[in-house]
Design a protein around this ligand. Structure first.
Ligand SMILES: Cc1cc2nc3c(=O)[nH]c(=O)nc-3n(C[C@H](O)[C@H](O)[C@H](O)COP(=O)(O)OP(=O)(O)OC[C@H]3O[C@@H](n4cnc5c(N)ncnc54)[C@H](O)[C@@H]3O)c2cc1C
Length: 402
């Protein structure tokens, strides 16, 4: 069997699903190829807490996704950054920037269900699932051919634009021959839902310890999202802690600003590896989201950045008859470069403030974070990241998009 679609998206995770919804509004005939079977959610829609920048909230509201969340998101009204062993801190209040909130905290599982509901209403979308991208096929000029494995056997698809939204280990990236630079932070990030004696009050806390970062995010269900980075050589021992040991570790790492840690949901753990594709386009193909760049989760920017990838592409496709020309893809790559570089600098900067591999630098890092001279730079970095409006953002991200 073979079929042709205006755009074929490989990967129905956070970014691929968002792109499919955005393109459906344009009336484009799109295929979404996802390895996870119908009726199940891709594993990435787990218990992780996602901080959505204000720009992301605007866009997902305009796409009709935010309205489908089952649990109200947790507003971020303040950001509080401190270092263990220091008296200094940086506190940012959205009101000082003329805003009610910097962004919202959403649980990935809930977001997955909202995306699934919006995908169900798409009118021009063909879904292949479970279906797995196998590789490229030869095709006539002006289109890409690709092989896809489905339960019913192998099929061939043709498209003028192939989108690789298949995550950090992207097979599309590999098949296109695009190299990636990989950096292992040698940290494991533990994530859990926790309850403390103080309910969330709209503050997102970031605490840098000598061994790694710890953050507490205000969820909308009266729990906090707890995130705790641990050097790889300690990670197995942390994974083996019972609940009392885990709560004691959380308390020691975070301190008492949110009261006593009293209960925790199950822990999930993620190795932290940065993967940067050396190019994001190839003839009649583009990489988006984690396939293009997987960054340290500490700055909470991965999806925010990937969504801006997807919406920029959708904007260019809206104006084009042929969605996969070299001109369109060159324009795409040029438009995305500044945001990609800025966001990488932001995430790397935060990761360096907390990395555990250069103990002699710790006092300097500490002074660097909190010195008055640096405060403005740290603040503008945090506010820029938290809101996501810097530079040439897609129109759907703007305030009046919804
Ligand atoms: C602990 C943690 C916390 C995070 N917190 C935040 C946050 O607060 N804010 C934020 O913006 N970002 C955050 N992120 C980052 C965010 O999760 C990622 O940026 C996002 O998941 C990237 O989406 P994606 O669609 O590009 O890739 P993925 O979500 O990885 O999706 C890839 C999809 O492709 C499918 N797939 C893979 N291979 C194939 C194939 N061959 N054929 C078919 N389908 C395939 C997979 O099944 C999957 O569904 C966090 C990440 C982690 C680990």
């Amino acid at each position: 069997m073979s079929a042709r679609h205006d755009v074929v998206i490989i990967g129905g995770g956070l970014v691929g699903a968002s792109l499919a919804i955005a393109l459906d509004r344009l009336g484009r005939e799109v295929a979404l190829v996802e390895a996870t079977p119908a009726g199940e959610m891709p594993a990435v829609f787990d218990e992780r807490n996602l901080s959505f920048a204000a720009a992301t909230v605007n866009a997902l509201s305009a796409l009709g996704v935010m309205q489908r969340l089952q649990t109200p998101p947790g507003p971020i009204r303040r950001i509080h950054v401190s270092r263990a062993g220091d008296f200094g801190r940086v506190v940012l209040d959205a009101a000082d920037y003329g805003r009610e909130v910097f962004g919202q905290v959403v649980v990935a599982r809930d977001f997955g269900a909202a995306l699934e509901s919006a995908l169900g209403d798409c009118r021009h979308l063909t879904r292949y699932r479970p279906a797995r991208f196998l590789g490229l096929a030869s095709a006539a000029g002006g289109v890409r051919g690709l092989h896809v494995a489905t339960d019913a056997g192998e099929i061939e698809l043709e498209t003028p634009l192939l989108v690789g939204a298949d995550g950090s280990h992207s097979s599309v990236r590999g098949a296109l021959g695009i190299q990636a630079d990989v950096h292992d932070y040698r940290q494991r990030l533990f994530v859990a839902r926790v309850r403390t004696t103080r309910a969330p009050d709209g503050t997102a806390w970031e605490r840098f310890g000598n061994d790694g970062p710890t953050a507490l995010l205000p969820r909308g269900d009266r729990h906090h999202g707890f995130i705790h980075g641990v050097p790889e050589d300690q990670a197995d021992a942390v994974a083996a802690l019972d609940e009392a040991g885990w709560l004691a570790r959380a308390q020691a790492a975070f301190g008492w600003r949110a009261g006593r840690f009293v209960a925790s949901g199950p822990r999930s753990a993620y190795p932290i590896v940065k993967v940067l594709a050396q190019r994001v386009t190839a003839p009649r193909a583009v990489l988006l989201g984690n396939a293009a760049q997987s960054i340290h989760p500490l700055g909470a920017q991965g999806f925010n950045l990937g969504l801006r990838d997807a919406l920029t592409l959708a904007e260019l496709v809206a104006e084009a008859e042929d969605p996969g020309t070299d001109t369109l893809l060159d324009t795409y790559a040029r438009r995305r470069q500044p945001d990609r570089e800025r966001t990488l600098r932001f995430s790397d900067g935060l990761a360096r403030l907390t990395s555990n591999d250069a103990p002699l630098l710790r006092p300097l890092r500490s002074a660097g974070l909190l010195a008055a001279g640096n405060l403005a730079a740290v603040q503008s970095m945090l506010v820029g990241g938290a809101m996501g409006f810097a530079g040439d953002v897609p129109a759907l991200c703007r305030e009046d998009a919804a």
